[in-house]
Design a protein around this ligand. Structure first.
Ligand code: FAD
Length: 474
């Protein structure tokens, strides 16, 4: 093979990158990333498909990828346009012999892949690289992938091994593409940069270098891995959980790198239930991807993989209160305000706001999922739609799941510090009222510098009544 092309998609790294390993077997290589305009259009409910938080993170990731490629005398070509048009054009112009990219498994990405296949036949080769376990190593065929996580995990852990990381061949000659566009700015993508947020859990910066830095910091420098299982449900600060998800989502970090680093940590420092739990969570991530592969488009259906019909609401005014963090239920509002300001929300928060929207409010879960898609730094179609469906009772768990929001708030934010962090209007409210400030009488409200219904909203629904409605749906 003389000339190859690597099309970077959600694999923005040099380490453990099979497409790069294969493409660098050629004498000359052309690395390319394509800005697909469809990624910047509104979603079906009208949110920007890629909001400013994730777009900023992506641009930083690409800048870093380009600079790392330059260290190996390579470069990254940027092009604007539909990949099914751009890739064939580049391949023809440069007379490329073979092209490589990572396989995606959800509808929009598959359509693009089909378009390229139509134009090029088998010239574009797909590799599998976003999961911990390789698709060829899991002990199931596509249609036999279990719908119960524990069954998937146990058999996979027993029968499959995590592969070693892959390396690429150095000293490959670069094919220059004179038509390369410059790396766009947020403004070029019609997006407004967001203000820097001091209250964020972490100053998330895109790119492989930052991903590897965070891995080292969380495991080795701060030695947090040994406590992970007991801290992972936290809400405040950088270290209750790993915060690897944004880098994993765009592929700046390989899950296999995390796995082998856990093994090293277990050898050199400590091996306990927490070190295992990091791998356990990565298997959840695999499970959502493999399951999306099995169920195909049902991942995005309102009735989910269970084909479960329900009379969903789509009330825009109510949805807006949820989205903007003005429901009058502080635990929900704090989480939504964090998401809006930073593009990140803890797993505990995500479960609660999803349960609140889909269950207590009975609003079409796909509106929430699309809103997350727009905002999340770590948006991944399989994890996002899979988790949303799961929490909306149309996913894998057939039970009528819901959270008792106030119990959750009292358990995970005992003193109300998280709520006060994100809702300054409630800063002076003492812990006995912080999760239900509307229960204060007018004198207490004055004493604690809040006016419920004015400076902070009244609860938009009666939670207790809504639990009865949820139960009645069973
Ligand atoms: P850690 O607790 O440190 O976990 C380590 C890694 O394990 C994570 O980075 C992630 O890759 C994986 N992981 C952990 N929990 C889950 C889970 N429930 N599902 C899948 N993978 C998991 N995660 C995404 O990466 N992208 C999404 O779009 C996404 N949307 C979600 C939507 C909802 C409604 C819910 C309830 C969860 C969603 N998650 C999503 C899963 C989870 O909330 C995040 O992965 C996690 O909060 C990221 O923080 P962390 O990296 O510090 O996680």
């Amino acid at each position: 093979m003389k000339k190859s092309l690597i099309w970077f998609r959600n694999d923005l790294r040099l380490h453990d990158n099979e497409a790069l390993a294969k493409a660098t077997q050629a004498d000359k290589i052309l690395p390319v990333y394509i800005f697909d305009p469809r990624h910047y259009e509104p979603t079906s409910f009208g949110f920007p498909k890629t909001g400013s938080h994730r777009a900023r993170f992506l641009l930083e990731s690409l800048e870093n990828l380009q600079s790392n490629l330059k260290e190996h005398s390579l470069d990254l070509t940027f092009r604007m346009g539909k990949p099914e048009e751009v890739i064939p054009e580049i391949i023809r112009r440069h007379d490329i012999d073979l092209a490589f990219t990572h396989k995606e498994i959800t509808r929009e990405e598959i359509d693009v892949e089909e378009g390229i296949k139509d134009a090029l036949g088998d010239k574009l080769n797909f590799v599998w690289g976003s999961t911990l376990f390789h698709v060829n190593d899991i002990p199931f065929s596509k249609n036999d992938i279990p719908d119960v996580f524990t069954q998937f995990r146990k058999k996979t852990e027993k029968q499959a091994e995590v592969r070693k990381e892959l390396e690429f061949r150095d000293n490959v000659e670069l094919i220059q593409d004179v038509n390369s566009d410059p790396l766009p700015s947020l403004n070029d993508l019609d997006l407004e940069p967001k203000d820097h947020e001091n209250r964020a859990v972490l100053d998330f910066k895109g790119g492989e270098d930052e991903a590897l830095k965070r891995l080292k910091e969380y495991f080795w420098d701060k030695d947090q891995l040994k406590n992970y299982k007991y801290t992972r449900n936290g809400l405040l600060g950088s270290d209750y959980s790993s915060k690897f998800s944004p880098w994993l989502a765009n592929g700046s970090l390989s899950p296999r790198r995390i796995y082998w680093e856990v093994k090293k940590y277990e050898d050199e420092r400590k091996s306990n239930v927490s070190t295992y739990w990091m791998i356990f969570e990565l298997i959840w991530r695999d499970y959502f991807r493999f399951s999306a592969w099995k169920h195909g488009d049902k991942l995005f259906w309102q009735s989910g993989i269970q084909s479960k019909d329900r009379d969903w609401r789509t009330d825009r005014k109510d949805f807006k209160k949820w989205a903007e963090g003005n429901t009058g239920i502080p635990f929900i509002d704090a989480n939504m305000r964090e998401l809006n300001a930073t593009g990140y929300m803890s797993n505990r928060g995500r479960q609660n706001v999803a349960s609140f929207l889909a269950q207590n409010m009975n609003i079409d879960w796909r509106m929430g999922a699309e809103y997350f898609e727009s905002l999340l730094l770590d948006y991944d179609p399989c994890s996002n739609y899979g988790n949303w469906a799961y929490n909306s009772t149309v996913g894998h768990d057939p039970r009528n799941r819901y959270f008792n929001i106030i119990n959750q708030a009292e358990k995970y934010d005992k003193k109300g510090e998280y709520v006060r962090h994100w809702i300054p209007e409630l800063e002076k409210v003492p812990k006995e009222f912080i999760h239900e400030p509307h229960k204060m009488n007018p004198e207490q409200q004055t004493l604690h510098s809040v006016d419920i219904g004015d400076s902070y909203p009244k609860p938009m629904i009666n939670l207790e009544e809504s639990y009865e409605e949820i139960k009645a749906r069973e």
